[in-house]
Ligand binder design. Structure first.
Ligand SMILES: [Zn+2]
Length: 78
């Protein structure tokens, strides 16, 4: 069994770090989805917290549907 070289170790740490950073709950996602959508529509930068919301949509179809529904409502009202 070969020991990991230093590059493999760094890669492993990077993956673990990303996993830890991006995990939010559905309730945290719902709390932030309004702000996330407003900033996206206004063309404002998305901060780290809102990037987690964005990532949550890739993991959670329920929250993504809620986001899409909200987006339609806001687009419809202009
Ligand atoms: Zn969710």
């Amino acid at each position: 069994m070969n020991p990991l070289n230093s590059q493999q170790v760094r890669e492993l740490i990077r993956v673990v770090d990303q996993t830890r950073e991006v995990e939010i709950t559905c309730s945290e996602c719902r709390d932030a989805v309004g702000e996330y959508l407003e900033r996206r529509l206004a063309g404002l930068p998305i901060d780290a917290a809102l990037e987690r919301v964005e990532h949550h949509f890739t993991l959670c179809p329920e929250c993504r549907e809620e986001f899409e529904a909200l987006k339609k409502v806001l687009n419809a009202t202009g």
